[in-house]
Design a protein around this ligand. Structure first.
Ligand SMILES: *Cc1c(COP(=O)(O)O)cnc(C)c1O
Length: 371
């Protein structure tokens, strides 16, 4: 029996042709393709500036590094996220302070986030779970009242809108992921979208070793060997190979996302009536760049995972709460919703190339197991 993975990228001839064209130029590093990808992303996201990186983790690190955090300075973030979010905060020198999530959409609970603000708080970092935007109005209000930077982890949310405006077009630092299973992929990659002109130089330099010029511009010019180094920086820039894949993926995003939304609606219809299952807040998928199909299994979730595995169906847990890892178990955290949800949450196969037969098989096997 053929296995159904929980996710897989939708990649093929078009992406291969794009890689081939980069090979033919002989310039594999950061060059024209990265610039074109950044321009296309700006247009798509309706953002003033987009700077690409080689991962979302790098994008988050660079975004947070603009604050020059001291060790005891705090960033409020849900524990219910991928560990990358938290490692980026630590890499930027800050201390993560975990807040709880709302039980209906599993996004940051602004009320709890507000309770966690102290005089050491510098930033608030919402994660748009599955692609559904957090309550950005509330988060903005908290940020304004306490003079905090908002950094959005939009790794799940490429293509989503909040109240009719694209995630990535708000006056925050918004970080995207183009890793292999995210909404679009570059193989590996990330981006920071922002509106503040005064951050262009700083973010460009942090992305590329503190150097004041990008390698492509240098390559084009006489005296191209000369550059200055003006501050801290990392080797976080994107390559033209990755950007070429991203350009094709961006052009295919709408159709890939449309298929994922169609599958999610079919799952909602099939699972809505099953007593052991609770759907997440039955959101409208319009305006959503959908990353995951996640539901709550009220009892024996782990047994269901084993059963699905035996039947050749992949599933996954998004996410293991970060405060439960050894790194953070030294503190006691009061995150009751996160802890309850962690025992119930389950992600089912969702990717653009999944067939209707595969979808129906997933539904059949889940129903058999629970009824
Ligand atoms: C995937 C992911 C990241 C990290 O993205 P990379 O591009 O792999 O660095 C960060 N945050 C969340 C919530 C993610 O799902």
């Amino acid at each position: 029996m053929e296995k159904i993975p929980v996710s897989r990228p939708s990649i093929g001839k078009e992406e291969l042709t794009a890689i081939d064209s980069v090979f033919k130029t002989g310039w594999l590093g950061m060059g024209e393709k990265v610039m074109k990808f950044e321009e296309d992303l700006c247009r798509y996201l309706q953002s003033s500036h987009v700077i690409c990186t080689n991962s979302c983790t790098a994008a988050l690190h660079v975004a947070l590094s603009t604050l020059n955090l001291k060790k005891n300075e705090e960033v409020i973030v849900p524990s219910f996220t991928y560990i990358a979010t938290i490692q980026a905060i630590r890499a930027a020198g800050g201390t993560p302070v975990f807040c709880d999530i709302r039980s209906d959409d599993l996004n940051m609970d602004p009320e709890d986030a507000e309770c966690k603000v102290t005089n050491k708080t510098r930033a608030i970092l919402p994660v748009h779970y599955r692609g559904f935007p957090c309550d950005l109005d509330e988060i903005q209000r908290i940020a304004n009242n306490n003079n905090l930077l908002v950094v959005e982890d939009a790794a799940h949310a490429f293509g989503s809108s909040y109240k009719g405006k694209k995630i990535g077009s708000f006056n925050h630092l918004t970080c995207f992921s183009f890793d292999p299973i995210k909404n679009i992929t570059c193989g590996t990659g990330g981006a920071i979208a922002f509106q503040d002109d005064s951050l262009i130089d700083l973010i460009s330099q942090r992305r590329y070793l503190g150097i004041d010029k990008d390698p492509w511009t240098r390559h084009q010019n006489e005296e191209g060997w000369f550059y200055d180094v003006v501050g801290d920086g990392y080797r976080y820039h994107m390559s033209d190979i990755n950007a070429a894949i991203g350009l094709v993926q961006l052009s295919r995003f709408n159709s890939m996302n449309e298929r994922k939304r169609e599958v999610a609606m079919r799952y909602d219809e099939a699972f809505g009536e099953i007593s052991g299952i609770q759907l997440l807040r039955n959101n409208d998928y319009q305006d959503i760049g959908l990353f995951l199909y996640t539901l709550l299994i009220k009892k024996n979730r782990n047994k269901l995972i084993d059963h699905l595995h035996r039947q050749g169906i992949g599933s996954s847990i998004h996410h293991i709460p970060v405060h439960q890892f050894s790194l953070y178990r030294t503190n006691t955290w009061h995150l009751p919703v996160t802890e309850r949800i962690y025992n119930q949450v389950l992600s089912l196969p969702l990717f653009a190339d999944i067939t209707n037969e595969q979808v129906e098989r997933v539904i059949r096997v889940v129903k058999e197991a629970l009824q």
